[in-house]
Design a protein around this ligand. Structure first.
Ligand code: ZN
Length: 227
């Protein structure tokens, strides 16, 4: 569904420091709190709040599709705010808010627009995914977020390839590649796993969905790619 035709972007200040849109009962707002920094200048020139909002809207739709969720069974989030901050690190999500570090944009060597799109898909996944009521391993949470980024076509070149890594719950690209393998065994596996993680978490979810323990599956995965 291309509801973006209906996209309304309100530039509410002369400095273009905020933007807002509302679609599918979710309000998206973006704020640049780093104006005046070198990172912010590059952000405004190469990415911008409007592109960032469009990307968040598209990411949310993509995430709901990936998780097989309709309006009735997705997380009840009505507002997602994006902040461009003058801070450290890359980005994080907290309380349905997404924070991106302007300095990361400023120092990024390469296509910053594509990189931030990938970062936004990852962080938006944190807004919408279930976390087993806080019991799921952090590495699995990060792996699901990077799985979505991978399926959206935003995997960066520095990621490990299929079969890479030492542990299934190592997180990020390692776990994302493993989840992609499992999703290949059973289409919709990641959606089913996320659904089960609404109420809690146990490693037995892998047995229930695929008939084998997660350690068996990891061994098969490593063997398949010569590991
Ligand atoms: Zn993350």
């Amino acid at each position: 569904m291309k509801l973006l035709a209906l996209l309304l972007v309100v530039i509410s200040s002369l400095m273009a420091s905020t933007a807002k849109t509302r679609t599918q009962a979710v309000t998206y707002e973006a704020f640049n709190n780093a104006i005046g920094t070198g990172g912010s200048t590059r952000f405004e020139k190469e990415i911008g709040l409007t592109y960032s909002l469009n990307t968040l809207v598209n990411a949310s739709t993509f995430i709901w599709q990936t998780f097989g969720q309709g309006a009735g069974d997705r997380k009840n989030v009505q507002r997602v705010r994006l902040y461009i901050d003058d801070t450290d690190g890359v980005a994080y999500a907290s309380n349905d808010d997404i924070h991106v570090n302007a300095n990361y944009v400023g120092n990024y060597s390469g296509d910053a627009r594509r990189e931030i799109a990938g970062v936004l898909y990852h962080e938006a996944t944190h807004v919408w995914q279930w976390n087993g009521r806080g019991k799921a391993p952090g590495g699995l949470i990060e792996g699901v977020a990077d799985f979505v980024r991978l399926k959206a076509g935003y995997a960066p070149s520095h990621w490990v390839g299929p079969g890479g890594g030492d542990r299934w719950d190592q997180g990020y690209d390692v776990t994302a590649r493993f989840l992609d393998f499992l999703n290949g065994i059973k289409a919709g596996f990641v959606a089913d796993l996320n659904r089960k993680m609404k109420e809690g978490y146990g490693d037995e979810f892998f047995v229930e969905l695929l008939g084998k323990s997660v350690n068996e599956l990891w061994s098969e995965y490593k063997a398949q790619f010569g590991g």
